[in-house]
Design a protein around this ligand. Structure first.
Ligand code: ARG
Length: 245
């Protein structure tokens, strides 16, 4: 299952493989620190956009329409712990025109509202800078394939399109994607964190979502940033789509 792929670099000592947490550059999140975080049963993360709508990645879902096959788990950092709120999906809405290149967002309607704070999304480019928080239950090392039962968190600085293209070239869809990562590597999201939010504080001190975990070459490699859906680009499309659910 994915959560923030706070992936550690391959230089980690072998003993670290057995350590549940923390990871290089990552740390366990506290209960209720990120109450909008949701774990999705297909192995992705998400955030509560409305109490009954989860914002995740388009590549985490198979299309649009009625769908009762996804379970969202919220209200806990430990997925196996007591007190988990589990709610089934009723519908999925994949970004219109999604073809695997950009537009990596989707909405999941829940069978009932989850009584937790939602995460507001950036509606303009103002917060597409600075230092971001990432969180998730995803792999703690590239190719681990196991995910983490504990919600992990880390911080990653914004990386400009120009610098991000030094590695990805034209594979980066600059208008639709925003990059983040530490140049030396060792901190990143990874497989299983997809769909989860990348967020920061706004001027009023409230959390605001600027990205959706989307893709990257490996995880936490030096000079290879993580690529996130640029939420501000799609804010009005997301709001319109949510209104139809
Ligand atoms: N595509 C991955 C997933 O489905 C997320 C990969 C993020 N990779 C990265 N290096 N930041 O979980």
């Amino acid at each position: 299952m994915g959560a923030v792929a706070l992936a550690a670099g391959s230089l980690q000592p072998l003993t670290a493989l057995a350590a549940p947490v923390p990871i290089i550059g990552g740390a366990p999140a506290a209960q209720n620190e990120f109450p909008f975080m949701v774990s999705l049963s297909m192995g992705c993360g998400g955030a509560l956009y409305k109490k009954n709508i989860v914002l995740t990645a388009a590549h985490c879902v198979e299309g649009s329409g009625n769908n009762t096959g996804i379970t969202a788990t919220a209200g806990v950092v430990d997925l196996d712990g007591p007190g988990a709120i589990k709610v089934k999906s009723t519908k999925v809405l994949q970004a219109p025109g999604y073809d695997g290149d950009g537009k990596d967002w989707a909405l999941i309607k829940l069978a009932r509202p989850i009584d937790k704070p939602t995460l507001k999304i950036a509606t303009n480019t103002r917060y597409n800078r600075g230092t971001f928080t990432i969180a998730g239950w995803g792999d703690t090392q590239e190719n681990a394939g196991t995910g983490s039962n504990q919600l992990l968190k880390a911080k990653v600085p914004f990386v400009s399109d120009r610098r991000c293209k030094r590695h990805y070239g034209s594979r980066l869809t600059a208008g639709q994607e925003i990059c983040a990562g530490v140049p030396r590597g060792g901190v990143d999201t990874c497989q299983g964190d997809s769909g989860g939010p990348m967020f920061r504080k706004d001027d009023s001190g409230a959390w605001i979502q600027v990205g959706i975990v989307s893709w990257g070459d490996g995880c936490a490699r030096p000079l290879v940033p993580g690529v996130y859906t640029e939420v501000s680009t799609f804010a009005s499309a997301i709001a319109r789509a949510a209104a139809t659910l």
